[in-house]
Ligand binder design. Structure first.
Ligand code: GLN
Length: 542
């Protein structure tokens, strides 16, 4: 029997609902249950693919090619369960579906309304593809009280009735702020938030209270009393140093016990959290440090590169070192001589990105890494820029550029009009809509025997997730290889370059895909482990 846990948030956004849901997933797994996590987003975009990373943070891509909310990245990193398109829905997608049906006349003359049509579509989404899973944890985006969230709250309220309270549970995450002037924790925001939730018919079963000070029993009692929640179900969620501590701290607070109590489930399975203890030990007490410069565009908003920053941490965990991340705006390196800043770092990473701004700086960083033998990791756009760099400065292709920035003499990076995915032909053109038309999701690649990436992966066939429109142009492959770059990974039909490397360099690798999306703290991605290992070797040279 599948049980449903709905996670809502109150008071303010950014309290870490996604992490809370992910950590609960990890705890239930540690108890021997299977879990699946889902995100229901009330905004009107069909998916976050067209939203600026400044607004919404990273777009997380699934194997089946969905562009989703970054919380799905947390879910995967904490549970290891690969997310799918069916794990993220937005109000925009729901309305798109409903309006399509309405135009096709599928409502048979009925007036199409929020209740029941929108709420039914939301419920269908929550209940879809769940068989065989013990727990579905559904996070509702935004905070209670948001106008656009109402149909979602109404839908989960209905599910509480329809499935029965023994199969559903409501967890509400709130804030218990410490007011320094008064020297006290304040419970009022939580009371108001729960009042709001109850006014739309949802009585929370557990309150998770984010706080930076210990919540004393008297305050828990008060929260319980005013919010109609039993005192032992008022759980404190203290700030932590590493996000990977969250499952451990929640467990100490009895969170997983309270959840299982609610469902009347036995706690007999021995709980093994040693994996998380070891991850936290390595994250908090490492044996050294390396510094990695990340030369990108959205560097002031860390959420824009959430998975990347986590994957670097995982690479550190694999090598038992702390990875100090120095985020640098690429444009900085467009000033003469500025690349010298990079002399201090042990590795350079140019991540994914879009558009021309800052490319001069990214190319300058790649030149510096190539010439100075500093480990270089180019991801997606970072690979494309490394190829442009080698084309211009090594292979003598002076007019080399990407057609992403307009027509050029030597399109070493360009638009491939078509290619094959699972025996169907995929097409792209300059005129396509921007939403959902990139090369998205998992694609296989074949690695060259004996190449560095072959050694790193330990196999010659891999599958990685993509999100890009442009490709490295194979017409320039021979010239680039003469210049010392090896095309060490290609699509199985040989038409799409997936990986380039410079064999003479200690560690210079560019990948067309996003390896960071599949890295986990308990299973660091081999490319990140190897990159950090190379950076560690570099740090011993300096
Ligand atoms: N802008 C490049 C493209 O569309 C790279 C995209 C990326 O780095 N994700 O191909």
């Amino acid at each position: 029997m599948t049980r449903y846990i709905f996670v809502t948030g109150g008071v303010v956004s950014s309290l870490g609902k996604g992490l809370a849901a992910a950590a609960l997933g990890a705890l239930l797994q540690a108890r021997g249950y299977s879990v699946r996590l889902r995100k229901l987003d009330p905004y009107l975009n069909v998916d976050p693919g067209t939203m600026s990373p400044y607004q919404h943070g990273e777009v997380y891509v699934t194997d089946d090619g969905a562009e989703t909310d970054l919380d799905l990245g947390h879910y995967e990193r904490f549970t290891g369960v690969p997310s799918r398109q069916s794990d993220n829905v937005t109000a925009g997608r729901i309305y798109q579906q409903i309006l399509g049906k309405e135009r096709r006349g599928e409502y048979l003359g009925a007036t199409v309304q929020v209740i029941p049509h929108v709420t039914d579509a939301i419920k269908d989404f929550a209940l879809d593809e769940t068989s065989g899973t013990d727990f579905i944890i559904c996070e509702i985006g935004g905070t209670v009280g948001d106008i656009e969230g109402l149909p979602f709250f109404e839908a989960i309220r209905q599910l509480g009735n329809e499935l029965g309270r023994e199969r559903t549970m409501f967890i509400h995450l709130t804030l218990v702020p410490y007011i320094a002037a008064a020297g006290e924790l304040k419970t009022k925001p939580t009371q108001h938030s729960v009042k709001e939730l109850r006014s739309i018919g949802i009585q929370p079963d557990i309150l998770l209270c984010r706080c930076d000070h210990e919540i004393p029993p008297s305050s828990r009692r008060k929260i319980g009393l005013f919010c109609n929640v039993s005192e032992k179900n008022v759980i404190q969620a203290r700030d932590v140093t590493s996000i990977y501590e969250v499952p451990l701290r929640y467990h100490e607070e009895g969170f997983d016990d309270r959840v299982l109590d609610h469902f009347g489930l036995a706690k007999s399975t021995p709980l093994d959290l040693s994996q998380w203890e070891e991850i936290v030990r390595r994250a908090l007490e490492p044996d050294g440090e390396v510094t990695i410069a990340i030369v990108g565009k959205y560097t002031e908003l860390k959420d824009a590169y959430k998975s990347l920053s986590e994957a670097l941490t995982h690479g550190g965990i694999a090598n038992n070192v702390r990875v100090k991340q120095t985020w640098i705006e690429a444009e900085v390196f467009e000033t003469e001589g500025a690349v010298h800043q990079l002399e201090e770092v042990d590795g350079i990473l140019v991540p994914g990105g879009f558009g021309e701004r800052g490319t001069g700086g990214k190319i300058a960083a790649a030149t510096f890494a190539r010439e100075r033998n500093v480990p270089y990791f180019g991801i997606c756009f970072g690979m494309q820029m490394a190829v442009v760099e080698s084309a211009r400065n090594v292979a003598g292709i002076t007019g080399a550029n990407s057609t992403e920035f307009g027509p050029c003499d030597d399109p070493v990076v360009g638009l491939m009009e078509e290619w094959i995915k699972e025996s169907a032909v995929e097409r792209r053109s300059e005129e396509d809509d921007l939403g959902g038309t990139m090369r998205l999701g998992a694609y296989p690649a074949k690695l060259i025997e004996g190449s560095k990436v072959h050694r790193i992966y330990g196999e010659t066939e891999i599958s990685e997730r993509h999100r890009h429109r442009y490709e490295v142009n194979t017409n320039y492959m021979a010239k680039l290889e003469e210049g010392g770059m090896l095309f060490s990974g290609l699509s199985p039909d040989g038409r799409l370059p997936e990986i380039v490397e410079i064999p003479k360099h200690p560690w210079f690798i560019g990948v067309q895909f996003h390896p960071e999306l599949k890295s986990k703290p308990f299973d660091p991605h081999p490319l990140f482990s190897s990159f950090i290992e190379a950076a560690l070797a570099q740090s011993r040279l300096v």
